[in-house]
Design a protein around this ligand. Sequence first.
Ligand SMILES: Cc1cc2nc3c(=O)[nH]c(=O)nc-3n(C[C@H](O)[C@H](O)[C@H](O)COP(=O)(O)OP(=O)(O)OC[C@H]3O[C@@H](n4cnc5c(N)ncnc54)[C@H](O)[C@@H]3O)c2cc1C
Length: 332
Amino acid sequence: MRYKKFLKSLSLKDATTYYNHSLASQTSFKIGGKAKYFVVVKNQKTLENILSKCKKFFILGGGTNTLLSFKYYNGTIIKLSGNFKRIYVGKNKLTAMAGASLFSVCKIARDNSLCGLEFLYGIPGTVGGAIFGNAGAFEEEVLGHVSRVKVFRNGKIFWTKNFSYSHRDSSFKRDGGVILGAQFSLLHGNKNQIDEKMKLFLERRKQTQPYGAFCAGSVFKRLKVDGQTIFPAKIIDNLGLKGVKIGGAKVSEKHAGFIVNFENASAKDVLRLIKKIKKIVYKTNNLKLEEEIIIFGGKKLAFNRRFSHPHTLQPRKGNNFRKCDFGKEKGP
Ligand SMILES: Cc1cc2nc3c(=O)[nH]c(=O)nc-3n(C[C@H](O)[C@H](O)[C@H](O)COP(=O)(O)OP(=O)(O)OC[C@H]3O[C@@H](n4cnc5c(N)ncnc54)[C@H](O)[C@@H]3O)c2cc1C
């Protein structure tokens, strides 16, 4: 069966497919071209089927850390929904599927008096995206609280404890595959205190970030130079670059590490602004800034050492995606 015909044959309870679909609304930047196929997948079996048939794909979580810079993507953009939003609570642990939002994870942890994840409250996006980029805030990182991750890689589904991470980086960025869920190790705490802490973190975020604006979080990663941590936002601010615009994109006046789409910005506007900031910072401070946001698609620009995104890889010869065994789907 041809791929398009196969997608059309899927039942709505398994997946919803959109053709030549604009993806701007799927990202917090509100920027994005069209994809030949945009599939919202609701269970593992269907994901297995789709991955065994599609030639190239990209997993989009909440789209809150991604700049989709293509005009047209001739492949499949996959979003995990349905069963992938499930969250299970156990004794001192919480297991969340990759499509669950960080908001829900934090609230469910609080409701069950489980503490440790309060710092995540207010970071938009999904568990999958957070694990991939090792999201963090207030000197804590998500992977510091994860005991194992469920992955679909090389045609196999497995739970792994074998991962490494550093500031806004994880081995999942290089190892490829699809993150299906994660188990968090948590402690028992006082529900009211957990709630207080969450509210405090959210409030701090609202005070310091352009919360609610069309953006994708901090554009650049922190740097370590001679053992010292360098905050790009501080440097950009000191250089007086707050408010600098290119097209509809500008450096946020509230937080110099953020670029906001204030007026119908294109991906090109954002990329040109990134290029400008990097150039100035290099000239004045001799520092090479590196993007924290994921830039996917479009033409490769000379300034941008974009990594080859693992999802875009074609299945290996013999199509090893076919061999996967998803096992039972009742629980994690
Ligand atoms: C206002 C605002 C504030 C923010 N504050 C913070 C902050 O304090 N700290 C922080 O770390 N981040 C912050 N961010 C950035 C962002 O919210 C986080 O990085 C978040 O974890 C991204 O999740 P996502 O699901 O939206 O990822 P997406 O943007 O959808 O995807 C990011 C990457 O992860 C990959 N990915 C997503 N799901 C999967 C999966 N299931 N399997 C494999 N790969 C996957 C995608 O392919 C992509 O490469 C902020 C963003 C905004 C808009």
